[in-house]
Ligand binder design. Sequence first.
Ligand SMILES: [Zn+2]
Length: 408
Amino acid sequence: MASLKSINQDDLRNHNLSVVLDTMIRSVVPMSRAELAKATGLTKATMSLLVPMLISNKVIREGSPVSTAMYGRPSTPLIVDGGRFCGLGLQINTDGYGFTALDLNGDTVVEEWVGQSMNDSNPDEIFSKLDVLVRQAEKTIRARSMTVTGCGLALPGLVTDDMKLLTARNLGWSRIDLSRFDIVRRLDAHPDNEANMAALAQIPGYATQRRQGGIVGPADSFIYISTDIGIGGAVVLEGRVQTGEHGFAGEIGHVSVSFDGPVCSCGRRGCLEAYAGRRALVEAAGIAQGVNATRMEAIDELQKRWNSGDGATIQAVDRAVGAMASGIASAINVLDIDTVILGGLWERFGGALARRIERRTSPEIGGFPYVQAHVLIPEVNARPALQGAAEVGLRCLLDNPVAFMNKD
Ligand SMILES: [Zn+2]
């Protein structure tokens, strides 16, 4: 019976530490012990056991005491300390591969991206090149006396629960057992679709300190659309990414907006991706065709032509706006979530285009005008899937703090 009791107490302490850390990370202002006790429902006595443990393990630190009232003791704010732990994010995308390490404050510890065209790339070669890069970064992390808490891996395709990449069409990869790669096994990397990872990065206080402002709150619902050569998506309901029964939910790029439209890479006709994906836009504007249309220079040229008012480009973008509005309206009709975050390539066109998509989408929503689309440009926009992957790694600390702490 003695051991059963001690196991329960360990679990309870782990749970309580997790709740305290989660509460601190989601708060935009530092909280005192008393404020944390009130917010978490834990007693002040429990707080006085947990807080020293978090401080001695350098997860949090004490700020300067502040007087909040004329009488009584000044309160000491507790501050999330980024210096000790980091999460590792890996990504392989259509425009290259790389990694980032983020600390609890959301600051980058070390990061590298290798930009290259990934058409018909060899998965073994790419994963082993990534491994070499990351081993070097791990040395830097160790030299700073930091500990990696976990690792996420963002991929541009369908990832199953049992570590298989079913297909990543825009890389030309399919049916890959991810556990065959050394780097995946060594770091116990958690793989997921890049749009799911990018959506996580938009949730404030998911695994890094929440900052002032923010276009959505930690418990908000939204549809995230990731636009590149492919168009991916993720559904976030009350601050949680909804993955569906097989992990494939949110594939808005393969919602057909015209059943007799152009053939998509997936084999269906008239998918949103076939109108509004990077390659489709470049081809429709007459800038390049085939593999050449997937180059980054081609999209730079498209943006230049769009800014200078080129007729064919404006027409291609306009058709893509119509496709976006149709796809988004269908998603809103199915999910009844009216906030849409438009990430990736389409951010380049700016807020004015987001307003146009909003205006065209809203009348197509069943609940209009009671329900209207809100299309937002994300705040986290520098490789958000990479950041989300690192947050998946940091979340291991928040979910299971005791595993990373000295208990003395
Ligand atoms: Zn498709």
